[in-house]
Design a protein around this ligand. Structure first.
Ligand SMILES: [Zn+2]
Ligand SMILES: [Zn+2]
Length: 400
């Protein structure tokens, strides 16, 4: 790598990290602290300073910096005082905003298969979309520009109702609650399940119900947001967390997905902003951060369709249960469910004969001559719709 490339890389890395940090400073849901995502974080500006600042004066002189920073020292040193301050490092020339997992795709080699299937925008359910799908040139996760589909949705399903999630009494049947998962298995969240949590998790601190058998459920937007954030408010420990879709009706999710997917030799970790989209415009999310949820003795059940609501993304899926629009295949292959953020198709877990696919890679993907490279959603109990992304990824933004 020459110095210029190195500098670009460092700045990209730094900027990705700044983005991550900016996001963490705002009040966001517990969804965003998924343990597997923390690995994406490298040194911050502060770490860089700590590491290079030999005389500990809080800024970097040109004798303290090396390589790319030294090479572009005068450009970054805006006030020409011959020191790089924290502000100057943070304001160093930066690329366009990109997803935090970009760093995985720098210098990644593209691979062409015999068959590559372009995204088909007509497969989406029209009523789920807020605008007509348009085509625009956009910047992808590896910094290249490509023709992309811009898909704007309210992340509300057309084919099924949302909820229920939390039962309200320990005598409630499974029609009053959703599902939860542990060790690859799906469990109905009924009254008995809530009453039995101490044994289920072998942990005496579970107490989600009161003496009269009523279950502690978040009842308002304020309560759900207090319970769904990473540092769960003490008063919502031991709560069943339920955010209602109507709290977030105004949310709009915009997906940028490349028209023609590009396969990369090296896969990239799932970003924090969704891994794909179902044909009904609902977000397929990265695994639910069960460690953070359970550490506060809270449960955030999915409904029977595999979805729940968080303050950041609105309604989204962590499990595929066959509730959404499926495109049947002419052969015995599993039906298609939607698209990943890299434009490769996502298909159901099992084929028409009920068999699992045995040849999937770590992302849950494989290739065939009809569908090209594509993914198969993980089993509903796996808390993992996809394992990673093997293509150059678009992006998603949520507003409202
Ligand atoms: Zn979630
Ligand atoms: Zn397949």
């Amino acid at each position: 790598m020459n110095y210029c490339k190195k500098l670009k890389f460092v700045i990209l890395l730094l900027f990705s990290i700044l983005l991550v940090n900016c996001k963490q400073n705002t009040t966001k849901s517990v969804e965003e602290i998924a343990p597997q995502k923390e690995e994406n974080q490298g040194p911050t500006t502060k770490n860089l300073l700590d590491e290079m600042d030999a005389d500990k004066d809080g800024k970097l002189s040109n004798s303290e910096v090396k390589g790319p920073l030294l090479n572009d020292f005068s450009k970054i040193d805006k006030n020409n005082d011959r020191f790089l301050s924290k502000e100057e490092l943070e304001n160093a020339p930066r690329p366009e905003r990109r997803a935090p997992n970009d760093i995985n795709t720098v210098n990644n080699v593209q691979k062409d298969f015999d068959v590559t299937i372009n995204v088909n925008p007509t497969l989406f359910i029209k009523e789920s979309l807020l605008n007509e799908i348009t085509q625009e040139e956009r910047t992808l996760s590896n910094g290249t520009k490509a023709l992309c589909y811009v898909i704007t949705t309210a992340s509300q399903p057309q084919e099924h109702k949302m909820g229920p999630w939390c039962p309200t009494h320990i005598n409630d049947g499974n029609d009053k609650g959703g599902i939860w998962f542990k060790d690859g298995k799906v469990y109905d969240v009924d009254g008995h399940f809530i009453a039995n949590l101490k044994e289920f998790y072998r942990d005496e601190e579970w107490a989600l119900f009161r003496e009269d058998g009523s279950i502690k459920v978040t009842k308002t937007q304020e309560e759900c947001e207090g319970a769904a954030k990473p540092d769960v408010d003490e008063k919502y420990h031991n709560y069943c967390v339920e955010c209602m879709p109507e709290y977030y009706r105004e949310k709009q999710s915009t997906y940028i997905i490349p028209v023609k997917p590009l396969y990369l030799e090296t896969s990239s970790k799932l970003g924090r902003d969704g891994i794909g989209i179902a044909f009904n415009g609902v977000n397929f999310e990265a695994p639910a951060p069960t460690h953070a949820i359970l550490a506060a003795h809270t449960l955030a059940p999915l409904d029977d369709h595999g979805g729940h609501v968080n303050p950041h993304a609105g309604y989204h899926y962590h499990a595929v249960t066959g509730a959404t629009k499926e495109i049947e295949q002419k052969d015995t292959h599993a039906p298609m469910l939607g698209y990943a953020m890299d434009g490769f198709g996502i298909y159901a877990h099992k084929d028409k004969n009920g068999n699992n696919y045995k040849d999937l890679d770590t992302c849950n993907g494989h290739y065939d001559d009809i569908r090209g490279y594509h993914y198969h959603a993980g089993d509903a109990g796996s808390n993992q719709i996809l394992g990673c992304l093997h293509g150059v990824s678009g992006s998603i933004s949520v507003k409202g």
